[in-house]
Design a protein around this ligand. Structure first.
Ligand SMILES: [Zn+2]
Length: 464
C-alpha cells in the first residue's frame, strides 16, 4: 500500500538568501538541518519582486502579466482615476490549493498573500495581511467562518499584520512583530498536529516587516547605519527565533511529509529614492497646472493632461504610464509614437546617476518582453531604479529628483530579486545539494508532483 504523502510549505516573506544561506547559516540549526539533508538554492522572484503578485505567481505558476496584476495597486481601466487593489478577487486562476482541493486533498492555508477574501477550499483558508478585520463575522477572514472562533480560542486576538509597521518606534515594532509571529506559530503548530491535511501552507509576514523597519541597524554599509546595541542584532535574533519555531514544527512531522521553506523575494539596503514624477516634470514629460508646495500624491496633483505625455507611480519599483491618444481620456501621445517614446525613456532611465554623478544601474522592462501574456492594465514600463537599491517615490513637492526620506514612512530596505527555497523530503537524503536557476513559478508544479497530482498544462514553471 502506498504511503500518504504530504507537503508543508513554510513561507517567510522577504527572507533573504544571503542571511539564511551565508551570514547566519551556522546560527540557524534547523534551517541547516533541512538544507544539509535536502536541497536548497536561490529562488528568482517575478518582475516586479513584490509580495503581490509574487506569492500568487508562485502558487499559480503564472507570471504577473498572465495573472493581470502588477502590484497591490493597479489601474482598473485606462481612465486617470480608477485604481483597484489586488486581493483574492483579482486572482482569476487556480492556485495550488484550488487544484489540490478538486483532487480531493485536504488543504490548509494560513496568511498566504492574496487570500482575502478567503475562498472555499477542501479544508481551511485563513486570510492574509490584506484582511481588514479578524473580528467581523459579516466579512470573515477565514473559510469556513467557524475557523475565526477556533483561532480566537487558541491565540486570542489574531494578527494578520503589524499595524503601522512604518514607524520610528522600533520597540513597538519589534514587540508587535513578535506578538504576531508567536500567535501565528502557535496556531500552525497546533493545526499541523491536530488537523487532517495533505497540503499545509502558511506565510509569515514578520520577516518582511522587520527588514523594512530595522535594516539600517543590521547592515553596516547602509547609508543610515547606526550603531545601537539594542537593535543591531534584532533581525538576526528574529531569524534565530524563527529557526527555533521551525525546529519545533520539524519535530512533529512524520517521514511522509516534504517540507518547503520559501520566500517571495529577498531584501537589500535602500540607498535612497528617485522622485520619478519630479524627474518626469524636469524632463518635460509631465506638466502640472500648479506645483504643490508640500508632498502631494500624484493622483492628487492637478495634471495638465493636454501637455502630459508620461506619468509615474511610486513603490519599490516605478510604474510608468504613457498618455496615449485613443487610450487615455485626454491622450496626446500618438499610438505610432509609443515605441519611440518608450525607447527614449528607457535610455534616459538607464543613464540615471546618483547625486554624485555615478550611474546607479537602472533596469527598464517592457511588460510584453517579460510576460507570456499581458492582462489587466499593465504599466507601459516597469523600472528598477539602481537595481532596486533605490526605490521609486511617486509624490511631488520634493524640489529634487532625489530623496533620502520615504514619503510613506520610515523604510530602510528594498526588495531584492532573489528569495530562498529549501526542500526536505525525509527519505530522499539529497545531501544538501545546491539548486540553481529556480524561479517562483517552479514551486507549484513541484508541490503537485510530490502529491501525485497532474500538473495543469498552463502552469509556466517546471517541477524540480
Ligand atoms: Zn513579500
Amino acid at each position: 500500500m502506498s504511503r500518504r504523502k504530504k507537503v508543508l510549505v513554510i513561507g517567510l516573506d522577504c527572507a533573504a538568501p544571503e542571511l539564511v544561506f551565508e551570514q547566519w547559516r551556522d546560527q540557524l540549526p534547523n534551517f541547516r538541518r533541512v538544507m544539509n539533508d535536502g536541497v536548497w538554492g536561490k529562488l528568482e522572484s517575478c518582475i516586479p519582486a513584490i509580495t503581490v503578485p509574487a506569492w500568487s505567481s508562485m502558487m499559480a505558476s503564472k507570471d504577473p502579466g498572465t495573472l493581470g496584476f502588477y502590484g497591490f495597486r493597479n489601474r482598473g481601466d485606462h481612465s486617470y482615476q480608477k485604481n483597484t487593489l489586488a486581493n483574492s478577487n483579482s486572482v482569476k486562476t487556480d492556485r495550488v490549493w484550488d487544484i489540490l482541493s478538486r483532487a480531493g486533498k485536504r488543504v490548509i492555508t494560513v496568511g498566504v498573500p492574496q487570500t482575502y477574501p478567503p475562498k472555499p477550499v477542501n479544508g481551511i483558508q485563513v486570510g492574509c495581511f490584506l484582511s481588514p478585520s479578524t473580528r467581523n463575522p459579516d466579512r470573515p477572514y477565514t473559510y469556513p467562518v467557524s475557523a475565526m472562533k477556533e483561532i480566537e480560542a487558541t491565540v486570542g486576538e489574531y494578527l494578520v499584520d503589524v499595524p503601522n509597521f512604518r514607524t520610528e518606534d522600533k520597540d513597538y515594532l519589534l514587540q508587535q512583530i513578535y506578538t504576531m509571529t508567536e500567535k501565528r506559530f502557535k496556531l500552525v503548530k497546533k493545526w499541523i498536529v491536530e488537523k487532517e491535511w495533505d497540503f499545509f501552507m502558511f506565510v509569515e509576514m514578520g520577516t518582511d516587516r522587520i527588514h523594512h523597519g530595522l535594516w539600517k541597524y543590521h547592515d553596516p554599509t547602509h547609508p543610515k547605519y547606526e550603531v545601537n546595541p539594542k537593535y543591531n542584532n534584532s533581525i538576526r535574533d528574529y531569524y534565530r527565533y524563527i529557526d527555533g519555531e521551525i525546529g519545533q514544527i520539524l519535530d512533529t512531522l512524520d517521514d511522509d511529509t516534504t517540507v518547503f521553506i520559501v520566500s517571495d523575494h529577498g531584501a537589500k539596503k535602500m540607498e535612497g529614492g528617485i522622485c520619478v514624477n519630479e524627474w518626469l516634470i524636469r524632463e518635460g514629460y509631465l506638466v502640472l497646472k500648479t506645483q504643490p508646495t508640500t508632498l502631494t500624491a500624484i493622483d492628487r496633483c492637478e495634471i495638465d493632461w493636454s501637455k502630459t505625455r508620461v506619468w509615474g507611480d511610486g513603490g519599490y519599483y516605478a510604474r510608468i504610464f504613457l498618455n496615449v491618444e485613443g487610450r487615455e481620456p485626454q491622450g496626446i501621445v500618438k499610438p505610432d509614437a509609443v515605441e519611440v517614446l518608450r525607447s527614449e525613456l528607457s535610455a534616459k532611465f538607464a543613464a540615471l546617476t546618483d547625486p554624485q554623478g555615478v550611474n546607479i544601474g537602472t533596469t527598464v522592462y517592457r511588460p510584453e518582453d517579460v510576460y507570456k501574456e499581458v492582462h489587466g492594465v499593465p504599466p507601459d514600463l516597469i523600472v528598477y531604479f539602481g537595481d532596486l537599491f533605490w526605490r521609486s517615490v511617486g509624490t511631488v513637492g520634493h524640489g529634487s529628483v532625489y530623496t533620502f526620506e520615504n514619503d510613506t514612512g520610515p523604510d530602510d530596505c528594498n526588495h531584492a530579486q532573489f528569495g530562498i527555497v529549501i526542500r526536505h523530503t525525509p527519505d530522499a537524503h539529497e545531501g544538501g545539494r545546491e539548486l540553481t536557476g529556480l524561479q517562483l513559478m517552479d514551486v507549484a508544479p513541484t508541490i503537485l508532483t510530490h502529491l501525485d497530482v497532474p500538473i495543469p498544462a498552463d502552469m509556466q514553471g517546471k517541477a524540480f
